[in-house]
Design a protein around this ligand. Structure first.
Ligand code: C2E
Ligand code: CA
Ligand code: CA
Length: 569
């Protein structure tokens, strides 16, 4: 894992600082080097340090005579090597004093050129070799380290964790991930400079901790850090220590908070990256928790993780073997005295050969994260369209059915064509395949999504905004947004009908929806009381256990045949 970046040294003229007071020496060295290098000259140690201070970044090497007027060459060398900013600049010492060699090497000189000078060829070769070595090392350093904080980057970090394991096999270790809650809002509010300061400060604290107690640390993302260290039970002390510099009063009433996930006593047979995934999972489990923001990776998380992996592994087979089955839940129009079946929602279920019936809550968020949802949605749309066709042909009922459209599909440039193909292949009208798009999807790339939604509507698709009220779409965006129905988020019903019934918010949401002149759909309606209340508040359509749970196609078919439908009025 070496970042071998071979420099072609003849490509560009490197800059050499020659520190030499003797004119003859200056001239002879210049003559040797000037055709290949740009040579800067300093005649005293003070001058040399001044040039280094101003031009550090452009210098490739320093050739330092030990016998100088004023501060000595040894002193100059010592000062260069002590200063962290300059210490990596290679210095070759020139001297006739063999005795000085050891001292200079101890101080950090890389090489010697004896006086009187050897043949030009020899000098050039030594200088060239030193510059090459130095530049290789520098490239490695830059790729290893994060520029802002000076910590390792992720890739090198993993490499060094492996080395630590090798040398400390019997020592119990912790994998720790920590990051800052809502760092981006913080950055927006107080500026990038302050953001950088905070990151550097955390990095310094983390560094000092691992230096003392053994371990290594890296910055693995914008505001995320990973630490691998000797096991320690007092993680609270560590968190306090890392947070120590954060709230010095500069940041008003918006204190910076770290949260931390720990996989303690790691199983060293687990892959290193996986150990940090586990710590990350633990950190995510305490997201937004203000007190005790430390999460531990435990067995339940491990099991959940194993389940997730299995679901992902099994996905392709499940599609191929049609293990995904679409259920249908009716939506009733409640504006008249008798509720009328107006449409249904297609909801997917997974009949897993080993796990049995798996609820969408277990796999939809997972597939939304890794992108598999796109393929699953296509599958559900096709199944649904073919079911609509079947009902139309077999029992002569054309009931519109809504399908869920995940956010990722909205970025698919072929979305409209895809949906049109599905409806065409099944000979159904576009207005019979309703599209539920979750409100939070609209807050992403607003313009692009408005364009997509307009295009879909132009082709006759009907759009229902799902989970309305739980995303953060702005009012102005709602005004620009062409939609055909608003589906209130299930939480509104839940919170309105807790022990302390309070329907004011629900009322406000229904009025808001009415002001956009589109029908309101309430989902999650479970009781007669809720039904009556919603009807009184002016809600138009209801979906929920009160009428029916989501049903397999054959059972839904019976319900459909028995229910009053629009045509039956
Ligand atoms: P959603 O789109 O908000 O769907 C409504 C969920 O509420 C469904 O859960 C439904 O079974 C449930 N529900 C309906 N009435 C009631 C009720 O009276 N009480 C209670 N407690 N729950 C009720 P389900 O089927 O488990 O689906 C959960 C979520 O999974 C859905 O939320 C949707 O976001 C997603 N989902 C389901 N099928 C699909 C699909 O085919 N594609 C995509 N992209 N997402 C899907
Ligand atoms: Ca839905
Ligand atoms: Ca919903």
């Amino acid at each position: 894992m070496t970042a071998k970046n071979t420099f072609n040294i003849s490509e560009e003229r490197r800059r050499i600082l020659l520190v030499e007071d003797d004119l003859v020496g200056q001239e002879s060295m210049k003559a040797t080097l000037e055709d290949r290098y740009e040579v800067l000259i300093a005649e005293t140690g003070e001058e040399a340090l001044e040039i280094i201070r101003k031009q550090r970044e452009t210098l490739s090497i320093v050739l330092l005579d030990l016998l100088l007027p004023g501060i000595s060459g040894i002193d100059v060398l010592g000062r260069i090597k002590k200063d962290p900013e300059y210490s990596r600049l290679p210095v070759i010492v020139m001297t006739s004093d063999n005795e000085a060699e050891v001292e200079c090497l101890t101080l950090g000189a890389v090489d010697f050129i004896p006086k009187p000078y050897p043949a030009s060829k020899v000098i050039r070769a030594r200088i060239r070799r030193t510059i090459e070595l130095y530049e290789d090392r520098e490239t490695l350093r830059l790729t290893e380290k994060d520029q802002l904080t000076g910590l390792y980057n992720r890739e090198f970090f993993y490499h060094y964790v492996a080395q630590l394991d090798l040398y400390h096999q019997g020592t119990p270790a912790d994998a720790i991930v920590f990051d800052i809650n809502h760092f981006h809002t913080y950055n927006d509010r107080y500026g990038r400079k302050r953001g950088d300061e905070i990151l550097k400060c955390i990095a310094d604290k983390a560094m000092s901790y691992v230096n003392e107690s053994g371990g290594i640390v890296c910055r693995s993302g914008a505001d995320t850090f990973m630490m691998y260290c000797k096991h320690n039970d007092d993680h609270k002390a560590l968190l306090t220590r890392l947070s120590a510099c954060l709230n010095d009063g500069t940041d008003g009433d918006n204190p910076v908070r770290l949260r931390m996930g720990i996989y303690a006593n790691v199983d060293k047979t687990t892959d290193i990256e996986r150990r940090f995934d586990c710590a990350k999972m633990a950190a995510d489990s305490v997201r937004d928790r203000l007190t005790a923001p430390i999460g531990f990776f435990d067995n339940s998380m491990r099991e959940a993780e194993i389940l997730r992996e299995q679901l992902i592994d099994d996905f392709k087979t499940a599609i191929r073997e049609k293990q995904f089955v679409v259920f249908y839940q009716p939506k009733f129009d409640i504006r008249k005295d008798v509720p009328v079946l107006s449409s249904a929602e297609a909801l997917v279920r997974w009949y897993h050969p080993k796990l049995g019936l798996v609820s969408p809550a277990a796999f939809i968020p997972l597939f939304e994260n890794n992108g598999l949802i796109e393929e699953l949605d296509h599958y559900v749309w096709a199944q649904t369209a073919s079911q609509i066709k079947d009902w139309k042909e077999r029992i002569n009922i054309s009931l519109p059915v809504s399908v869920n459209v995940s956010r990722i599909n909205l970025y698919d440039p072929e979305l409209t064509d895809r949906l049109l193909n599905i409806t065409k292949e099944n000979g159904i009208k576009t207005e019979n395949l309703l599209l539920e798009i979750t409100e939070s999807a609209y807050t992403d790339k607003t313009d692009q999504i408005i364009t997509t939604v307009k295009d879909l509507r132009k082709h006759g698709f009907i759009i229902e905004m799902d989970d309305f009220g739980c995303g953060y779409s702005s009012m102005s965006m709602l005004i620009d947004m062409p939609i055909d129905a608003l589906k209130l988020d299930i939480q509104f019903i839940r919170s309105a009908f807790k022990e302390q019934k309070d329907t004011r918010l629900l009322d406000a949401m229904i009025k808001l929806a009415a002001s956009f002149e589109v029908p309101t759909i309430a989902e999650g309606v479970e009781t007669a009381e809720q039904y009556a209340e919603l009807k009184a508040l002016g809600c138009n359509v209801i979906q929920g256990y009160y009428f029916s749970r989501p049903l397999p196609a054959d059972e839904f078919e019976k319900l459909m045949i028995e229910s009053p439908k629009k045509e039956d009025k």
